[in-house]
Write a protein that binds this ligand. Structure first.
Ligand code: ZN
Length: 370
């Protein structure tokens, strides 16, 4: 094979992106208030609630919706744009994670509601904030503000979905040790194509995340959750004074982290939770326990955790191959235990999932069905 042809073949399937393009517009997260926790709460406990509290319970099926004619017309995306978003959901799912994604035709059935307003930039709420911050089915939880049918558009679609799965911005990782040239950052982002007000620059760039919101031990500049920065904005680490290139896609660390938080599930092998038999839970913060429930009687049941712990507990009903969300309770930061009261039918099967944020003593926690 001629050398030139081989070179072409070797590189033709690699996504080509400009190393550093100072003209690229970037994602701006909408500001949201911090979760309210009781005053005096132990900072370690608070940090675990903050880091885990925005993530979904693994096994959740997230429904996404594209606004159509009924919405403000600027929100409606052309079919090729929608197709990129569908492929990006599939790319995350194909990593083998336990979350499920389905497209739905009615906004009231969707946790994730997507617009393509070209004048509103690209953004998403982070994790379960999509429910807490946008409870109205007429609201968007995600917007795409530029063409997605380019290599950069593909990375943008992966990035915004990453936010919806609970991932924050990498460069705000306090462990990254980034020292900004603040004036250069302000000058750059005030100008086109971003044209951001200073409040947006502070929220998305200069603000450091609470240490616990970031689970990685070091900064991952290759993360799909990282921005591209031109030269001159970063003073430290010195290696990035020349800028940070556009991410090429999901980085190895992205893949490892999302699989760690949402591992593949095997519902058939979940232990059964039997009425009046307490089950001890030995979970590390962020870990999840899953139980099958096959009621022997149709009646109202109570499901409750015991022990000094913070957790989120969610009940699903099995419908064919799918699990339908029935009820959930989050006791993070409160002096009580997660509790669900719900009628269960003896002809049906249920799944109960418990994600631990914090436990006073490892292993000193239990769950019971009554
Ligand atoms: Zn972002």
């Amino acid at each position: 094979m001629p050398r030139t042809a081989r070179t072409h073949a070797e590189t033709s399937n690699v996504t080509k992106l400009p190393a550093i393009d100072p003209k690229v517009p970037i994602c701006a997260l909408p500001p949201v208030p911090d979760r309210t926790l009781p005053p005096g709460i132990n900072p370690f406990r608070a940090s675990l609630i903050i880091v885990n509290g925005r993530k979904w319970v693994n096994g959740t099926r997230l429904h996404y919706y594209f606004f159509d004619q009924a919405a403000p017309s600027a929100w409606v995306g052309a079919e090729p744009q929608r197709e990129v978003v569908r492929r990006a959901f599939k790319a995350w799912k194909d990593l083998g994670i336990g979350l499920e994604f389905s497209e739905v035709a009615n906004p009231a059935d969707a946790e994730i509601r997507i617009g393509f307003d070209q004048g509103d930039g690209s953004w998403s709420y982070v994790g379960r904030d999509v429910i807490d911050q946008a409870p109205d089915p007429n609201e968007r939880t995600m917007n795409f503000g530029w063409d997605l049918t380019t290599p950069y558009g593909w990375v943008t679609a992966l990035h915004e979905i990453g936010h919806t799965l609970g991932l924050p911005h990498e460069h705000q990782n306090p462990k990254a040790g980034i020292v900004w040239n603040e004036q250069a950052v302000l000058d750059y982002f005030r100008g086109p194509p971003n044209n951001w007000p200073d409040s947006t620059i502070h929220w998305n760039i200069l603000r450091k995340l609470n240490l616990a919101e970031v689970s990685g031990s070091t900064w991952d500049p290759a993360s799909v959750m990282e921005y591209a920065f031109p030269a001159g904005l970063i003073e430290q680490p010195a290696a990035f004074r020349g800028g940070v290139p556009v991410a090429a896609g999901l980085s190895p660390v992205d893949v490892q982290e999302i699989r760690g938080f949402y591992p593949a599930l095997a519902p058939a092998s979940d232990p059964e939770l039997v009425a009046f038999e307490s089950r001890r839970l030995t979970l590390a913060p962020g870990q999840q326990a899953n139980f099958r429930i096959k009621p022997t009687m149709s009646r109202r049941y109570t499901m409750q955790t015991f022990g000094t712990s913070d957790s989120v507990m969610v009940l699903f009903e099995k419908r064919g191959a799918e699990l339908e969300y029935l009820a959930g309770d989050d006791d993070g930061g409160e002096d009580r235990n997660a509790l669900i009261r719900h009628r269960l039918d003896r002809n049906k099967e249920y799944v109960l999932r418990i994600r631990l944020y914090f436990a006073q003593m490892a292993g000193e926690m239990a769950v019971m069905l009554m």
